[in-house]
Design a protein around this ligand. Structure first.
Ligand code: 6PG
Length: 236
C-alpha cells in the first residue's frame, strides 16, 4: 500500500495528473473507473489543463465506480461533475464514456451496468477487471458507494448493487468490493482534515478499522496507491 503525501490539494492534483499521463501511455483500450464527489473536481481540472492535448484520450474508456440515482443534469450527478471538469475540456469520443444511467430505475440499472462491465472488460475468475479504479473516501470511511452501514455489500454477489446513503437516503449504483479488488491498479485520492482520522486508522490498522469499506481495498494485484495531502495525512 503505497502512499504519496503532497503539500496540498493542488499538489495532489499535479502529482496524480503526472502519474495518470504515464499510466495511459500505451495502446488502448484502457478501462478506467472514475470516482465522484468533490475531490476529483480540481484533479480533473488540472489533468485537463496539463495533459488535455497530450493524452491519447481515444484509447481510454471511462466508467464510474458509483453514481447517484439522479438525472445526468442534476447537481448531484458524478457524470455531470466529470463533464464539467474534464470531458468538456478534452477530445474523448462519446462512445468511450460509459456512464451509469442515474435516471433509470436503480436495481435495473445496477444489473444493466454489471452486464456492460461483463461485456466491455476482461474477466478474471468471472469478475470484470478494470485497468485502473480511482476512489475517494468519505469522512466515515466509505468508498465508491459502499457505506459502513452496508458493509456486507462489499461482497455483493453481483458486480454492481444499489446502495443507500446513510444520511440522505439517496439511492446510488455502486460497483462491489470484489470488482474493486480485481482491478490491475487502484488509486485513492483523499484530501482534507476531515479524512485524517480514518486515514490514520486504516494505515495503522487500528482496532475496528475493518468496519470502514475503504480499509477493505486490497487489490489482488497489490497495486494500491494513496494520494494524500498534508491535511489528510496529518495523523500518520
Ligand atoms: C461519491 C463518491 C464517494 C466519494 C467520497 C468522497 O459518489 O460521492 O464516489 O465515494 O469519493 O464520498 O467524497 P468527497 O471527494 O466529496 O470528499
Amino acid at each position: 500500500m503505497e502512499k504519496k503525501i503532497c503539500k496540498d490539494k493542488m499538489a495532489v492534483a499535479k502529482a496524480f495528473a503526472h502519474d495518470f499521463s504515464d499510466m495511459v501511455k500505451r495502446e488502448g483500450p484502457i478501462h478506467v473507473a472514475l470516482s465522484g464527489g468533490s475531490t476529483p473536481k480540481l484533479i480533473f481540472d488540472v489533468l485537463a489543463a496539463t495533459y488535455g492535448q497530450t493524452i491519447a484520450w481515444k484509447n481510454i474508456h471511462f466508467y464510474w465506480g458509483d453514481e447517484r440515482c439522479v438525472p445526468p443534469t442534476d447537481n448531484e450527478s458524478n457524470f455531470r461533475m466529470t463533464q464539467e471538469h474534464l470531458f468538456s475540456k478534452i477530445k474523448v469520443p462519446k462512445t468511450n464514456v460509459h456512464r451509469i444511467l442515474g435516471e433509470n430505475q436503480p436495481q435495473g440499472e445496477a444489473m444493466r451496468y454489471a452486464n456492460l462491465l461483463e461485456i466491455n472488460l476482461d474477466r478474471v475468475n468471472e469478475i470484470p477487471q478494470f485497468d485502473l479504479i480511482l476512489l475517494g473516501m468519505g469522512d466515515d470511511g466509505h468508498t465508491a458507494s459502499i457505506f459502513p452501514h452496508e458493509i456486507d455489500q462489499w461482497n455483493a454477489p453481483d458486480h454492481c448493487f444499489v446502495a443507500t446513503h446513510p444520511e440522505t437516503g439517496q439511492k446510488r449504483v455502486s460497483i462491489s468490493g470484489k470488482v474493486i479488488n480485481r482491478a490491475k491498479q487502484v488509486v485513492f485520492l483523499v484530501t482534507g482534515k476531515g479524512k485524517a482520522e480514518k486515514v490514520r486508522d486504516i494505515f495503522h490498522e487500528r482496532e475496528g478499522h475493518e468496519q470502514y469499506p475503504a480499509a477493505l481495498v486490497r487489490p489482488t494485484s497489490g497495486r494500491l496507491t494513496w494520494f494524500l495531502d498534508e491535511d489528510s495525512a496529518s495523523l500518520l
